[in-house]
Write a protein that binds this ligand. Structure first.
Ligand code: ASP
Ligand code: MG
Length: 416
């Protein structure tokens, strides 16, 4: 079995769906399992529906209509003749959302979120499946919620592997083309759950694990995994081969291409993960798999913007030791700061972190009076894996380096 995952960008409009068909015509559809995300920015639009429901009910009808007319436009482009049963299916999915919102009594945001937002994937897969069937590519639409079983920690669930494995095993040996949703699961009460934003890659990995798949391919609008984000770096290079270990390292430092959660199940069964271009499906792309390091051997650049650099020193010239450091880490953790790097000397401790939840003022308040605190917001953290002198020089050029840290393979610079 091969698992193909098509993300929101690959099916952002009718043309995207037509292109998906072209990809399948080129790759063939034998023993293939399609995992599809919501179309384009649908998940964001669905989040807006949930926000409207909780914060401003008067704007709810407008938010719903925007979503519905977007999908209707896609349908009209793909099925211009009208009268196709897919119109009714899509219409009834919207009725389900409206019905849920009308009858729901739960005040719990995360619960409501999961019940509503997941319709993005149900809609996209109903449309893709119908379009492929009409184009002569026979396929079976599956409701992934019958297969991926999770706990009830809505918006951030954990997969219950035994139950999931058991359900997915029922698909073993079947050879038709399947089309199903990314991102979704269901809990013990059969309520919809979601795996966290960008969770569809993880869905592909879960299915691959349970089916002992031969590979997972993530179809993207880029040629594969690059050594740097082209939005911030000139002259990027395509990586042909990345080991699981290296991919996890890159993700740890902030590369956003592949989520570590996605890699873990694949790595355990040594299932290769390919990242390929949906515009040039026969190009080789990138393969993440067994082995060491990366090929070609080239420095990889990762940028995290908008970080905070904080330097603490003791008020009385005493050492900063285990006791203080463990206290500091507890404070950082309590304020949901994601620590990127630390450096300490006898009487000072520097830490660069992501102030993701905006709780910096509160944290500073806790530290005041106990340490001398200096901090800078809006700094950037650059990481270079497999650095060399030229790579380092190219980064330092014209920037004020506030802090540097290096080990054999990695250098990190905090710059203003
Ligand atoms: N549609 C979901 C999101 O945008 C899941 C995914 O695309 O992976 O986060
Ligand atoms: Mg998406």
């Amino acid at each position: 079995m091969r698992i193909f995952k098509f993300g929101g960008a690959s099916v952002k409009d009718a043309e995207g769906v037509r292109n998906l068909l072209r990809v399948l015509e080129e790759t063939g559809t034998e023993k293939t399992f399609l995992v599809v995300s919501a179309m384009g920015k649908t998940t964001n639009a669905m989040e807006a529906v949930v926000d409207a429901y909780f914060k401003d009910k008067s704007s709810l009808p407008r938010a719903m209509e925007a979503m519905q007319s977007f999908h209707l436009d896609v349908l009209q482009e793909l099925f211009p003749a009208g009268g196709h049963p897919v119109y009714e299916r899509v219409g009834s999915l919207f009725e389900e959302v409206r019905g849920f919102l009308a009858w729901n009594k739960s005040p719990k945001y995360n619960f409501v979120y999961d019940q509503v937002v997941g319709y993005g994937e149900l809609l996209s897969t109903v449309i893709v499946s119908a379009y492929l069937n009409d184009s002569g590519i026979r396929n079976t639409w599956l409701d992934i919620r019958d297969y991926i079983k999770t706990d009830s920690n809505y918006r951030d669930v954990k997969v219950i592997w035994e139950k999931t494995q058991q359900a997915v095993s029922g698909l073993l040996g079947r050879s038709e083309l399947f089309v199903t949703q990314g991102f979704l699961g269901s809990d013990d009460n059969n309520f919809t759950t979601t795996l966290g934003r960008e969770g569809s890659d993880y869905t592909a990995a879960i299915i691959a694990y349970c089916l002992n798949a031969e590979s997972v391919t993530i179809w993207k609008d880029v040629p594969g995994v690059l050594n740097a984000d082209p939005r911030y770096f000139e002259e990027t290079r395509l990586l042909d081969q990345i080991s699981y270990r290296e991919a996890i390292e890159l993700a740890f430092y902030g590369a956003t291409v592949i989520h570590p959660k996605t890699l873990q199940p694949l790595q355990r069964k040594e299932i290769p993960l390919k990242v390929k271009s949906f515009l040039n499906p026969s190009d080789p792309g990138t393969t993440v798999g067994k082995g060491k390091g990366i090929r070609p051997q080239t420095p990889c650049f990762i940028l995290k913007k908008n970080q905070v650099l904080m330097e603490l020193s003791s008020l009385d010239f005493s050492f900063i030791v285990e006791e203080n450091i463990s206290e500091l880490f507890k404070l950082l953790h309590d304020h949901k700061m994601k620590v990127d790097l630390i450096q300490n000397s006898a009487i000072s401790f520097s830490v660069c972190f992501d102030n993701r939840f905006g709780r910096l003022p509160d944290l500073l308040q806790h530290l005041k009076g106990r340490y001398k605190v200096m901090h800078q917001e809006g700094v950037s953290l650059y990481t270079i894996r497999h650095f060399n002198d030229a790579a380092l020089a190219s980064l330092q050029d014209g920037k004020v380096v506030l802090l540097e840290q290096r080990n054999a393979e990695t250098v990190q610079l905090v710059v203003k």
